[in-house]
Design a protein around this ligand. Structure first.
Ligand code: KG4
Ligand code: ZN
Length: 360
């Protein structure tokens, strides 16, 4: 089965052609990062407009690069949930139109489920049951996966997504957008034990996440607590002798040395990874997972990848990590997962809705 897939849920316009659920013939991604960088985050209205401008070209390029003609397609797949509603609508309308013109079935796909499937692209199928940790700019969620299309949500963030926390902390530290890669790079030069930051685990055995307290702790470390002074770093004094004394009341990232910024990045990354690892362990143990799966932009993080590898080894599980191109948003994962819906006879009507959030 040859599936043409469209993805436009956030700030990447993408189209792909995937054969048999795993072999990617083409995967074209038009990123909007440059458009949003000056705002330090995705601006929904700008994203929707950029999708409109890019979508026809991106789809044409994906078909062209696949070497297939429309008549060779078995179906048209599209991300219809969750995401930015204006952005989703562009992809959903484009996919409906093509499905109608080509006379092929339409398959609506959940974006997060697709992230949990991305590790199977251009690779072996995933062995189930699997525990999938999906971390991106918009989502942080843990799933029990019995098959590519049989997923149970175990926990998700109650406030910021992990990638969002990276992007916001990068903005506090005046690092470039998107923040994840910049913090990841700085963290490799820093000392993760330099600054004590909170690990928010929530109640009992909760599999939910919360990252806004951690983000606020970084803000207070940089700017001082409201009504107070900047929290002193717990770094040993010896390494800070070259740091000029900060005048009382003067706070801000401008007063941090490059080493202090690297240390703060390493400490922040350590706190994020500790929480993600602990909850992924809980999920895997609870569900008897044979495989651990990572997905979403934050799955590109070097600290998280290393922690997941150690965890998988200690649990006796296989770890499936998508290559970078399939960690970030892409249509190939949508086309890959759609194959399993199509094989199971699950297709959508032409009145398929775009939904910003998923109804549980
Ligand atoms: O999956 P994705 O491309 O888009 C969404 O669905 O949100 O993920 C983008 C997110 C951004 O927040 C970015 O900062 C984060 O993934 N990211 C990373 C890394 N690379 C990208 N976060 C941590 N470490 C990285 N190396
Ligand atoms: Zn995503």
């Amino acid at each position: 089965m040859n599936i043409l897939a469209v993805e436009s849920s956030c700030d990447e316009t993408s189209a792909a052609v995937v054969v048999g659920g795993r072999r990617v013939l083409s995967n074209v991604v038009a990123s909007q990062i440059d458009l949003h960088a000056r705002y330090g985050g995705v601006v929904p209205e700008i994203a929707s407009r950029a999708h409109i401008e890019a979508i026809n070209t991106v789809i044409a390029q994906a078909l062209d690069a696949s070497g297939l003609a429309p008549g060779d397609l078995s179906a048209v797949a599209v991300t219809n949930e969750p995401g930015l509603i204006g952005s989703l609508l562009i992809g959903v309308m484009a996919a409906k139109t093509l499905a109608w013109i080509y006379g092929r079935p339409l398959v609506g796909v959940n974006h997060i489920y697709a992230h949990a499937y991305a590790a199977a692209l251009d690779a072996e199928g995933i062995e189930y049951p699997a525990a999938a940790l999906i971390c991106s700019g918009g989502h942080t969620a843990l799933y029990h996966c019995r098959s590519p299309i049989d997923m149970t949500l175990l926990g998700s963030t109650i406030d910021d997504a992990a990638g969002e926390a990276y992007d916001k902390v990068a903005s506090i530290l005046k690092l470039p957008y998107p923040g994840g890669p910049a913090i990841d790079k700085a963290a490799r030069r820093g000392d993760p034990s330099a600054v004590k930051l909170p690990r928010t685990l929530l109640h009992g055995q909760s599999l939910d996440f919360s990252f806004s307290g951690l983000k606020t702790a970084v803000l207070y470390h940089v700017m001082g607590t409201p009504g107070g002074r900047r929290e002193p770093s717990t770094r040993p004094r010896r390494r800070r002798t070259a740091t000029p004394q900060r005048p009382a009341g003067k706070t801000g990232i401008e007063n941090f040395t490059p080493q202090e910024i690297d240390d703060l990045c390493a400490s922040f990354q350590g706190a994020v990874v500790d929480v993600l690892r602990l909850k992924l362990r809980r999920a895997a143990e609870l569900t008897g997972a044979r495989t651990l799966v990572l997905g979403g932009g934050v799955a590109a993080n070097s600290g998280l990848r290393a922690a997941a590898a150690e965890l998988a080894a200690s649990l006796g599980c296989t770890l499936r990590l998508p290559p970078m191109a399939y960690c970030v948003d892409n249509a190939a994962m949508i086309g890959g997962l759609a194959y399993h819906y199509l094989s199971a006879g699950v297709i959508s009507d032409l009145d398929l809705e775009a939904r910003a959030t998923v109804r549980r």
